[in-house]
Write a new protein. Structure first.
Length: 212
């Protein structure tokens, strides 16, 4: 018999093209195989959908007045302006999933991560670094989603974004995808094995073992 511990909140950031979206989405199946129920929070944004993106699956696409109204009502855990567009995380959905014992992954930038850590100091921060600037540029070009000007802008901003890595708890260099995935999953496993979480999950067993 075990008790249900609340899920963990994991904040994952990287420069554009760093691989965090591919890594976080592929991690869900890997985490499930490790017995860890997890999901990626679907952010709200005011930017237009990219080819192949679906509303409610990749993002919740809303207009600026709707987004600003959500901010005013306190419905977002965090929000930030990135490349001129709003992005934010729904408060109620996140809190509900954590209470249900599911780990929640926030795929957000350093601005949102800073807000999360201020309000929820127990959140775990993971920063994904590329193995080189050349590799980062290669990945951006391979996406075929941005103009030359946009790619140059993203590369210029990337160095400033990466300077914030020191505010995160864990650092993963995404040189080899499988290795990065293994390291990523291990952080979730370690959190589940922490004393605080295990005391809740296995309280009846611990009490019995101690003769209480």
């Amino acid at each position: 018999m075990s008790n249900k511990a609340p899920g963990g909140l994991f904040v994952v950031s990287a420069p554009s093209g760093g691989g965090k979206t591919s890594l976080t989405r592929a991690s869900i199946d890997a985490l499930a195989k490790a017995g860890i129920p997890a999901e990626i929070s679907v952010s709200y944004t005011t930017r237009a959908p990219r080819p192949g993106e679906r509303n409610g699956l990749h993002y919740h696409f809303v207009d600026r007045p709707q987004f600003e109204a959500m901010v005013a009502r306190g419905e977002l855990l965090e929000h930030a302006v990135i490349y001129g567009q709003y992005y934010g995380t729904a408060r109620a959905r996140t809190e509900q999933r954590l209470a249900a014992g599911r780990d929640v992954i926030l795929d957000i930038d350093w601005q949102g991560a800073r807000q999360i850590r201020q309000h929820l100091p127990g959140a775990i921060g993971i920063y994904i670094l590329p193995p080189s600037m050349a590799k980062l540029e290669q990945r951006l070009r391979a996406r075929r989603q941005d103009s030359e000007q946009a790619i140059r802008q993203r590369l210029a901003v990337a160095r400033k974004e990466m300077a914030h890595y020191e505010y995160y708890d864990y650092l993963i260099v995404n040189r080899d995808f499988d290795q990065a995935m293994s390291e990523f999953v291990s952080i979730f496993v370690a959190r589940r094995l922490s004393r605080d979480v295990q005391e809740i999950r296995h309280n009846p067993l611990i009490q019995k073992l101690l003769g209480h």
